[in-house]
Design a protein around this ligand. Structure first.
Ligand SMILES: C[S@@+](CC[C@H](N)C(=O)[O-])C[C@H]1O[C@@H](n2cnc3c(N)ncnc32)[C@H](O)[C@@H]1O
Length: 227
């Protein structure tokens, strides 16, 4: 088996980075929740958030649905999430230290699986295995909302595109993503091309209903429905 903690991303296991995470990264959880509500999320919904991190989406969703299971391999991220849950009035969040490849879902199948910026930590073979497992968690007609760093450009443009992206990095690792961190993503993590990821999603038993690519070609947001 792949060691999912070893491939979780250096920064996600680093207490300094994790303590700064929420000020550095706005996961747009409120907007994401509105989208999922349009897709049917309500007070009866069961949601699994895989790669939940500090739980920006988890906590926002838990305020309106029946239960959220927050799954993550990083004990450092989950410590932060536990602290935030303790400070909230929420009693419907279950935190599970596990990964895409090890999480065992209990109870009724999920209505929604949410995952933002986590799947790219797995190499492509394991992404497929992960998506197969996600399909088994979600009920038929349930929704997978997958938002990740995905390369949406021709491979011949890769050098130029990646340089342009890395050049956008700042110097300040406190408040923004540094050039070194952007380079690290390309070098050490496993983001893949959209034209490789999409057949994986489909072969795993999902129909892609909608996809939005960022103009810079580095981000894709999918709504996929379990068939
Ligand atoms: C960039 S953070 C994103 C956190 C959160 N989803 C957000 O959007 O703010 C990526 C998260 O994925 C987690 N992760 C990495 N590999 C994973 C895996 N194989 N299974 C589950 N979570 C994983 C990391 O520990 C980290 O918390």
């Amino acid at each position: 088996m792949l060691d999912e903690v070893a491939s979780a991303g250096r920064e996600n296991l680093d207490a300094d980075h994790v303590s700064r995470y929420d000020s550095k990264m706005d996961a747009e959880a409120a907007e994401e929740l509105v989208l999922l509500e349009q897709l049917g999320l309500n007070e009866q919904s069961e949601v699994v958030d895989i790669g939940a991190g500090t739980g920006q989406f988890t906590l926002t969703a838990a305020s309106v649905c029946a239960r959220v299971v927050a799954v993550d391999v990083s004990p450092v991220m989950l410590n932060q999430l536990h602290t935030k849950i303790g400070a909230s009035r929420l009693s419907n969040v279950e935190v599970v230290q596990a990964g895409f490849l090890t999480y065992e879902h209990r109870g009724r199948p999920a209505d929604f699986v949410y995952s933002r910026y986590a799947l790219h930590h797995l190499p492509d073979f394991w992404k497929t295995m992960a998506l197969e497992r996600v399909r088994r968690i979600v009920r038929p007609s349930g929704v997978l909302r997958l938002w990740d760093v995905v390369y949406h450009f021709d491979p011949r443009e890769a050098e130029e595109r990646i340089e342009a992206r890395c050049a956008m990095g700042g110097r300040d690792v406190e408040g923004e993503w540094s050039r070194a961190e952007l380079e690290e993503h390309v070098r050490d993590e496993n983001s893949t091309f959209s034209w490789l990821l999409e057949p994986m999603i489909q072969r795993s038993g999902f129909e892609i209903e909608n996809v939005v690519y960022s103009p810079d070609g580095f981000d894709a947001k999918y709504v996929a429905r379990a068939t």
